[in-house]
Design a protein around this ligand. Structure first.
Ligand code: GLA
Length: 412
């Protein structure tokens, strides 16, 4: 095994090859360089996602409306027969090397905790899966998705790993098991209390559609988005979300505490999403100020996401955009998960550039903003956003446009 040069992690602004099989061909070449040959290797693509509506609702059982983007994780994988598992990334020096039958049971604080978590999740799901994978494998990860920018690089790698292992070892997973194993990896092994949105958004994506996912009963449907009339723009603050994991987990705990305090007034309620405005206005005073602000966000965001759904279905782009910008204000003022740079981008997009709407995407605390833009206005909005950001911070933020991509797949 020879080491590959470590690449700089991808940026949103980079122009990427539109032909995925070309990119995956190059990735296969890197696999051969790393592991000696490309014989028998299989290559997979797993997308990232942006969340358009339903901010921080998934772990509160609410509805969310994400869509996949055509940037994602590349996975090149080949089975071995000697029981070794070797995990290499194009973007990090650390390599994971394990015995397939003696996997570490606690995270190492390295990038490969994600695929390792998937292996453990699959073994928990069914012992026979571990047996099937006992021969081990070599895997090389890469791709064109910015990492840690709110575009769900973690779900992309976890779902991509599950999908690839399923294909290579014939595990016979159904599509829900694939996303649930990816979710389990993040929750049980990596230690993020994330909701179900990201792996579902990645795993069940459909081109030119957004996913309406009801996180209470885990049902979903695909809603078409008219990309002849509207564009989805994504712009990256470049602010690393360093504290995000701790702050994210704290929001989850705060919402659980708010629900615990309010559920006695709503005996039917199973999740915070079930608490309505009447209960909140009558009993909200019993919560401490921060919990009340979090719960108010959730209650109003649930209503707003239903409004957005109707607007999407009826083609009412103005309302759709307004909902998006209102979500941002609520995440900023009540959920405390924005930052100045995100606020500047949202303001520049909507007030200076005339975007229909804009908001932070993902968990927030840095990372990317997403913009809804009337078709034909992309250039004007881009110029306003990039110009204002450069004026304020002295650098041009990377920007890209998307149309809703499809889920994980094998690319020959
Ligand atoms: C992160 C989490 C998701 C979701 C969003 C906020 O992306 O992984 O589960 O909670 O934040 O909407």
């Amino acid at each position: 095994m020879s080491s590959l040069p470590t690449l700089t992690p991808p940026s949103l602004g980079e122009s990427v090859a539109t032909d995925l099989s070309e990119s995956l061909g190059a990735h296969r070449g890197a696999f051969a360089q790393c592991f000696g040959s490309a014989g028998g290797v299989r290559t997979f693509f797993s997308p990232g996602r942006v969340n358009l509506f339903g901010g921080h609702l998934d772990y509160n059982g609410g509805p969310v409306l994400p869509t996949a983007i055509d940037r994602g994780t590349f996975v090149a994988i080949r089975a071995r027969e000697d029981g070794e598992v070797r995990m290499v990334s194009r973007f990090a020096e650390a390599e994971g090397r394990f015995k397939a039958t003696e996997l570490p049971v606690s995270p190492r604080g390295e990038w490969y905790d994600y695929p390792l978590g998937v292996l453990l999740a699959l073994a928990r799901l069914d012992e026979s899966m571990a047996e099937r994978m006992a021969g081990g494998f070599d895997v090389l990860f890469g791709g064109n998705l910015p990492v840690g920018a709110g575009l769900s690089s973690s779900a992309s790698i976890c779902v991509g790993t599950t999908f690839a292992l399923d294909a290579v070892f014939g595990l016979g997973l159904d599509p829900v098991q694939r996303v649930e194993a990816a979710l389990d990896a993040e929750r049980s092994f990596v230690g993020v209390k994330c909701g179900i949105m990201d792996p579902y958004a990645v795993g069940f994506a459909r081109p030119k559609h957004v996913l309406w996912l009801d996180c209470k009963d885990e049902t979903f449907e695909h809603l078409p988005m008219d990309f002849d009339r509207v564009s989805i723009g994504v712009v990256d603050t470049g602010i690393q979300r360093r504290l995000a994991r701790g702050e994210f987990n704290r929001r989850v705990t705060e919402c659980a505490a708010a629900f615990d305090a309010l559920r006695i007034y709503a005996p039917e309620a199973r999740v915070l999403r079930d608490i309505n405005r009447a209960v909140l206005s009558e009993h909200g005073y019993e919560l401490d100020a921060d919990l009340l602000r979090r719960a108010t966000h959730v209650v109003e965001e649930v209503e707003r996401t239903f409004v957005a759904r109707e607007a999407l279905l009826s083609g009412d782009l103005e309302t759709l955009g307004r909902c998006m910008t209102e979500t941002h204000a609520s995440l900023r003022d009540r959920y405390d998960c924005s930052c100045e740079e995100l606020d500047v981008l949202v303001h520049a997009a909507t007030e200076l550039g005339g975007a229909l709407g804009a908001r932070l995407t993902g968990a927030g605390f840095g990372g990317c903003a997403v913009m809804l833009i009337a078709a034909g206005d992309e250039q004007r909005v881009s110029e306003a956003v990039v110009g204002e950001y450069e004026r304020r911070y002295g650098r041009r933020p990377p920007i890209a446009f998307f149309q809703g991509d499809e889920g994980p797949r094998e690319i020959a």
